[in-house]
Design a protein around this ligand. Structure first.
Ligand code: FAD
Length: 534
């Protein structure tokens, strides 16, 4: 096949237009490109009067080698070799491996190990995705929180109620496995080529269930409502894990445990600390969710073309450093999405964002976060970051008057340090209700100062950030883990051999794809360790 990159197409076009473009550029005359396969598609909206799509495609054609020779000086043209996707080879382990947590990290570790034929056992404290949706509905509609099954805990992990943005930020062959497996299990095909792929919470929940069923069909086991509580060691290596289900304790003997518990399993962090497992405090961020009307954002980004049906709802990514060097940035932007109530502990407020595949909600939201380093608190206390998160979440609950209502402020009022009194043209989407409260009542002063510095800077880049009506709902505290569970070069905990700290909670990932990739990495390490032991 031949690869052709940098093909500029108007907003309205068909695959035939792409074929015609290639024929003309390569002077193919009667030869026609066939089997056109999109490799990458992006929107170039840098100039509002010339918004267009940019494609890289592969195609078949007679005389491919001679076409390549004739176009040797054309950097857009090269030979393309399709590498078929294949499942991993079968392997053997002395004992069934145990995976704790069924978020992206645990799910991909389990899928890989199941495909290798080693029949993993997954322990997940939350429930299956359908029961979990019901728990989340109860919380969002009635304020009844289940601390074991919520937006953070349950099948699919923290990413299930998300936008399902699949950012990688890294060029690693493992990312292909993640994308191929998502599509094989029901995610939309275009995630393979879109420059900004996303699945949406509606499609993600189906995909997650399909992955679980596949793991089970391959001989694996997924136990929901199973909370990992303890472990035992033999000669410094893992020997067994204990979990609680329906009030009863169970123990599984195993010599390989992938610990993919996410950033909200604070009880596990404390248990590991008490058992002297080596951990470190690490950088994390806190801030608020900001909401604009999606139509205002589209106008800011696309100008007069903002209503064109071919254009996706606009998104953005912004960052700035204040005069002290502290980073402030937008994160997890959800076009056409809603702000979620994401608490996992009683009497705390935690926000995040999600959207459906169609991304057709009224508002656009993203986190505006301020970077925090261990230097901002007592770095000798590994849990200082966890406790800062918790303190903010509790203060927000109290300040907003309880019942899981979230504190909100309009940007204009926040900048003038006055409590808002009524909404303007943006209605908050947080589902349980809101109370007007300045973020100063629940966020540290240095965080509010940094936000006040950053918002006017962002308005210089995207005009709707200058809207005084934009709504800030807080706090956003769980964008990443404040601790790292230290691993050795074989990905095993430095304190307990055979215990593989994995994914976001362990401090080795930041998002769905990187967590899934870390799951794959740990699964491969488990197979390697067992092989080395034999
Ligand atoms: C609302 C929301 C929206 C998000 N949107 C995006 C997005 O669009 N794109 C993106 O890339 N990222 C997004 N994220 C972040 C992303 O979800 C996480 O980075 C990712 O899920 C981390 O994967 P993980 O497997 O490491 O941990 P998690 O997904 O947190 O999974 C950990 C799992 O372990 C389980 N667990 C914890 N303790 C125990 C225990 N003791 N016993 C048994 N099980 C346990 C938990 O119940 C959980 O299911 C979002 C997060 C949230 C909350």
């Amino acid at each position: 096949m031949i690869k052709y990159s940098n093909i500029k197409m108007p907003l309205e076009h068909t695959t035939d237009d792409i074929a015609a473009f290639i024929s003309k550029k390569l002077k193919l005359e009667e030869l026609k490109p066939t089997d056109i396969k999109i490799i990458r598609r992006s929107v170039d909206a840098r100039h509002k009067d010339d918004i267009h799509f940019v494609y890289t495609v592969a195609f078949r054609c007679d005389n491919e080698n001679s076409i390549i020779r004739k176009n040797a000086g054309n950097k857009s043209v090269s030979l393309y070799k399709e590498i078929p996707y294949s499942l991993p080879r079968k392997a053997q382990l002395s004992n069934r491996p145990v995976i704790i947590g069924f978020g992206p990290a645990g799910m991909f570790a389990a899928l890989y190990l199941a495909q290798c034929g080693v029949r993993p056992i997954v322990l997940e404290r939350g429930l299956d995705v359908d029961s979990r949706k019901e728990k989340v509905r109860l919380f969002w509609e009635k304020g009844i929180l289940d601390t074991e099954c919520n937006v953070q805990f349950g099948e699919g992990g923290a990413g299930t109620f998300s936008d399902g943005k699949l950012n990688t930020g890294v060029n690693d062959p493992l990312s292909r496995i993640v994308f191929e497996e998502f599509v094989r299990h029901g995610a939309p095909e275009e995630i393979m080529y879109d420059a900004k792929p996303h699945i949406g919470t509606d499609k993600l929940s189906v995909t997650v269930k399909n992955i679980r069923n596949d793991i089970i069909s391959l001989g694996g086991e997924v136990i929901f409502g199973a909370k990992f509580t303890e472990y035992d060691t033999e000669n410094g290596s893992i020997g067994s894990v204990t979990y609680e289900k329906d009030g009863t304790e169970h123990t599984i003997e195993t010599d390989n445990v992938i610990l993919a518990i996410g950033h909200s399993a604070r009880d596990v962090f404390y248990m590991l600390k008490n058992r002297n497992v080596t951990m470190q405090a690490k950088n994390f961020s806190v801030g608020v969710r900001i909401e604009h009307r999606q139509s205002d954002l589209d106008r800011s980004m696309y100008g007069d073309m903002s209503r064109h049906p071919a254009l996706p709802p606009a998104d953005y990514k912004l960052s700035v450093h204040d005069e002290t060097g502290r980073g402030i940035y937008t994160f997890c932007m959800c076009p056409g999405g809603v702000v979620t109530a994401s608490s996992s502990e009683e009497n705390t407020i935690v926000t995040n964002g999600m959207s459906y595949y169609a991304r057709n909600g009224e508002n656009a939201n993203s986190a505006v976060l301020v970077g925090i380093t261990p230097d901002d608190f007592d770095k000798d206390d590994i849990m200082a970051g966890v406790e800062l998160q918790r303190k903010i979440e509790k203060a927000a609950y109290k300040a907003a008057g309880g019942n899981y209502k979230a504190p909100v402020a309009l940007v204009g009022d926040f900048l003038s340090k006055r409590t808002s009194e009524k909404f303007g043209n943006v209605a908050p989407s947080y589902p349980i209700g809101t109370t007007f409260v300045l973020p100063d009542e629940y966020l540290p002063d240095f965080v509010c100062d940094a936000l006040r510095f950053a918002l006017p800077q962002f308005a210089k880049k995207i005009s709707c950030f200058g809207s005084t009506d934009a709504v800030m709902t807080g706090p956003e505290t769980r964008s990443s883990s404040p601790v790292r569970i230290v691993r050795d070069e074989n990905l095993s905990s430095v304190s307990v051999k055979g215990l593989y700290p994995c994914g976001e909670g362990a401090g080795y990932a930041g998002g769905i794809v990187t967590a899934a990739m870390d799951g794959l990495r740990c699964a491969i390490a488990v197979l390697g360790r067992d092989f080395a032991k034999r």
